[in-house]
Write a protein that binds this ligand. Structure first.
Ligand SMILES: Cc1cc2nc3c(=O)[nH]c(=O)nc-3n(C[C@H](O)[C@H](O)[C@H](O)COP(=O)(O)OP(=O)(O)OC[C@H]3O[C@@H](n4cnc5c(N)ncnc54)[C@H](O)[C@@H]3O)c2cc1C
Length: 443
């Protein structure tokens, strides 16, 4: 699902000078119901999506827990299958629409031992027995309800599972791109509205015999804000277009979220200054906007997490893109079909990015059903071994999978993230694996 025509809706609801109102609608349209539209059965669409569209049911997304915010993979809420039901136990916190909403897209572990591959999404009715709620008091977004939710042996019918069991984390990674784009639109659109509101005030307010829009220092601040808002708007809309075309634009979505929310925070702070003491008064909209913008750089992936994602992609060459073979149009380094694991490993030296490996030391063990390989990078040099007597004394990362899965990943037929998150590939240290992958060109 792209953001397409919804840009206009998201833009308009962001210009009402109430972040609380905006987020209530945005969670419904961009952050919770898209999971049902993309992965839900006909039953779930009929019973949750349709009433959500007509406004009869309000949804929310439950990812964050008291002990797992940025580190979402560490969630502890469990849903254990018993007959026709999942029995849910655990807690979520900071859940927008959690008090007045009717259902939550619950991110939970259906297989707690399987790491990311054990995460699933359930549609859970918020009036079910065993659900308790606590309304949280906040600095801003007063028009939005934010809940702490507790689940005590809540029975959720198995038919309320979204998509397939164990693919929840994978679905979430896709859905978060749309969430970040909507945060970008909310960011620049709220700035546009606030700048217009401020300019009107600056044209009316006088000091030292002139309207304050004549003071050069304030004019320059307005000019700077206008330039930044315009450029981030264009970048956001361009990224929306790429997303709508089906491109997996993780880097750009992270940049949009980072830049637009940081700008909104700065813009509201500076605009409040234009109003002097009146800006601090509740009767002026800028006071509320100043409070409301503060959450932008925290919720839905903080600025620090956005920078982490961007840094991994820009500095370490780690890709989050969909698997596609030969995307750069380079001829394959494999001679002919059918491929085998041995043939793929024989291409590693030719695909090794020596310039990226300078000074690096990394030992990986690959266990397949047909063979085992040790790939050793010592001071930036590559060595490949396939006999147990050459096993290094320390292995930084163990990768276990079957031949077919590995070949499908290498040839772009299977998304590596999906393979990892659904347990088809087991990796003992994901970061080491990603760092390793970044040292080789695509097959
Ligand atoms: C008003 C509001 C509404 C929300 N709505 C929802 C909702 O509807 N659904 C939902 O699931 N969640 C929601 N959230 C939760 C929100 O997404 C989290 O607050 C956010 O992801 C940060 O998690 P945390 O608060 O646990 O902070 P932590 O993860 O504890 O982070 C604390 C600080 O450490 C930094 N940090 C963490 N890890 C790193 C790292 N690796 N490198 C550098 N810095 C790091 C963070 O950036 C932050 O500055 C909401 C939050 C608020 C306040």
């Amino acid at each position: 699902m792209g953001i397409g025509w919804q840009n206009t809706t998201c833009e308009e609801i962001s210009k009402v000078f109430s972040g609380g109102f905006t987020i209530t609608a945005a969670v419904q349209a961009f952050m919770s119901t898209p999971y049902i539209m993309k992965h839900g059965s006909e039953y779930l669409k009929e019973n949750y999506l349709k009433p959500a569209i007509t406004g009869e049911k309000i949804g929310c997304i439950g990812i964050t827990e008291p002990g797992a915010g940025s580190d979402a993979a560490n969630i502890q809420t469990r849903a254990i299958k018993e007959g026709d039901y999942y029995i849910v136990n655990g807690s979520k916190t900071f859940i927008t629409n959690g008090i007045y909403g009717q259902f939550v897209i619950l991110v939970c572990k259906t297989n707690p031992e399987a790491g990311a591959a054990g995460v699933s999404l359930l549609v859970l009715d918020l009036d079910a027995e065993g659900v308790s709620k606590n309304k949280l008091k906040k600095l801003g977004w007063h028009a939005s309800d934010t809940a702490e939710l507790h689940f005590d042996n809540v029975k959720v019918p198995v038919k309320n599972l979204l998509g397939e069991e164990g693919k929840g984390f994978y679905y979430l990674m896709g859905g978060l791109q749309l969430e970040r784009l909507s945060a970008g639109i909310m960011g620049y659109a709220s700035c546009e509205a606030m700048l217009e509101y401020s300019l009107k005030y600056m044209n009316e307010r006088s000091a030292f015999g002139r309207t304050i829009n004549k003071f050069q220092v304030l004019r320059h601040r307005v000019a700077q804000l206008a330039a930044e808002i315009e450029s981030i708007k264009i970048f956001t809309l361009q990224t929306c277009k790429m997303h709508e075309e089906g491109k997996y634009v993780v880097k750009e979505c992270s940049m949009v979220k980072l830049l637009a929310t940081e700008l909104a925070d700065k813009c509201m702070y500076q605009c409040l200054q234009f109003f002097g003491g009146y800006g601090y008064m509740e009767e002026y909209k800028v006071a509320r906007a100043f409070r409301d913008s503060r959450i932008g750089t925290i919720g839905g992936g903080s600025s620090e997490i956005m920078r982490e994602i961007i840094a991994k992609m820009v500095i370490d060459d780690i890709g989050y893109e969909r698997a596609e073979s030969n995307v750069d149009g380079q001829p394959s380094t494999v001679d002919s079909q059918p491929l085998t694991v041995d043939k793929i490993f024989a291409t590693l030296p030719a695909r090794f990015k020596t310039e990226k490996a300078v000074g690096k030391n990394l030992n990986l063990e690959f266990r397949f059903d047909s063979s085992t390989y040790y790939v050793l990078i010592k001071d930036g040099n590559l060595e490949i071994q396939s006999t147990d007597d050459r096993r290094p004394s320390t292995v930084d990362c163990l990768v276990e999978t079957d031949d077919a899965t590995y070949i499908a990943v290498e040839t772009g037929k299977l998304n590596p993230q999906e393979a990892f998150m659904t347990g088809k590939i087991k990796v003992s240290d994901l970061m080491q694996m990603m760092a390793f992958g970044a040292l080789f060109k695509k097959l």
